[in-house]
Design a protein around this ligand. Structure first.
Ligand code: NAG
Ligand code: NAG
Length: 269
């Protein structure tokens, strides 16, 4: 079991960072200040539209595209996160030296990225997983993703800290459902028109409690594609030491649909 109480090491630094983050209205991961900040007003106005209707969402993406707000490439996304405290530094180091990561990086069929770091700051700061659930004590670093071409499969490695619990010391099930929702959707993007999808349904089975302070591996495969629909199956397991069988914590299946307005949505995968 690859569980570590990294959170405590960075706690004091984390609290300071949180106060600073609130003061500066910057949520989630620290990033270069220059990235996309100029579009904040257009973005927040447009994001209000998203909550009202599909028409509102389409309007938002149209506004973003018109204002020239582009997303960063897979390659650039890997360079954009700078750990801001001891917790994040230790998590980065642990992930980067893990044998599974070496194996994934050596596989020519996979493309590595950090999807949240593809988003401009003004977009990411309004997202659930790129801002509200990100940062010290939560998802301390942006997850790493390896995607197989054509939306066939995904492997995602992340770390969940001490502050996203339901029961004490146990990660909240809704957080895991959110991870599965996003991971399974991202898995099939490449199999669908316009490389994007929204969730039609998601079924989650909780097998074992997920300890806080864990490195998590999400694995998923697209099992069927029919026009604008894709069915995906996946699970979250603990990052295992070499030779150890990973403990499966949570399993899920979902149906994802590329919406009719997909051509206007930003390409986030
Ligand atoms: C890459 O994909 C090809 C074709 O599906 C497969 O034969 C090969 O084993 C894959 N390579 C790895 C390292 O998984
Ligand atoms: C999801 O929707 C599909 C198509 O309507 C359906 O076949 C499947 O049973 C649904 N899955 C769940 C878990 O509701």
């Amino acid at each position: 079991m690859f569980t570590q109480q990294i959170g405590r090491n960075g706690r004091h630094v984390g609290q300071v960072a949180r106060r600073l983050a609130r003061a500066g209205q910057v949520r989630g991961y620290a990033a270069p200040a220059s990235s996309g900040g100029g579009f904040r007003r257009a973005t927040s106005m447009a994001l209000v539209g998203l909550t009202f209707s599909t028409v509102g969402a389409a309007g938002m993406w149209y506004t973003l595209q018109q204002s020239g707000m582009g997303f960063f490439s897979d390659e650039d996304s890997l360079k954009r996160f700078v750990p801001g405290d001891d917790e994040a530094r230790l998590v980065e180091e642990t992930i980067n030296k893990h044998p599974l990561v070496a194996e994934l990086r050596a596989n020519p069929n996979l493309t590595e990225s950090r999807p949240h770091m593809k988003m401009p700051v003004s977009y990411r700061s309004h997202t659930l997983t790129g801002a509200a659930l990100a940062g010290p004590g939560k998802m301390a670093v942006p997850p790493y993703v390896w995607l197989e071409e054509g939306g066939k499969s995904i492997v995602c490695i992340s770390y969940v800290g001490d502050d996203l619990c339901g029961h004490p010391g146990i990660v909240h099930g809704g957080f895991l459902a959110t991870m599965l929702d996003e991971g399974l959707a991202r898995c099939c993007f490449g199999a669908l028109p316009h490389n994007i999808a929204v969730t039609a349904n998601l079924s989650v089975d909780y097998r074992k409690p997920t300890p806080a302070g864990s490195f998590l591996v999400l694995r998923a495969t697209t099992t069927k594609v029919d026009g604008r629909k894709a069915w995906v199956k996946g699970h979250i397991e603990l990052l295992a030491d070499p030779g150890e069988k990973p403990a499966i914590l949570t399993e899920a299946t979902g149906l994802f649909i590329s919406p009719k307005y997909a051509s206007m949505m930003p390409k986030i995968a």
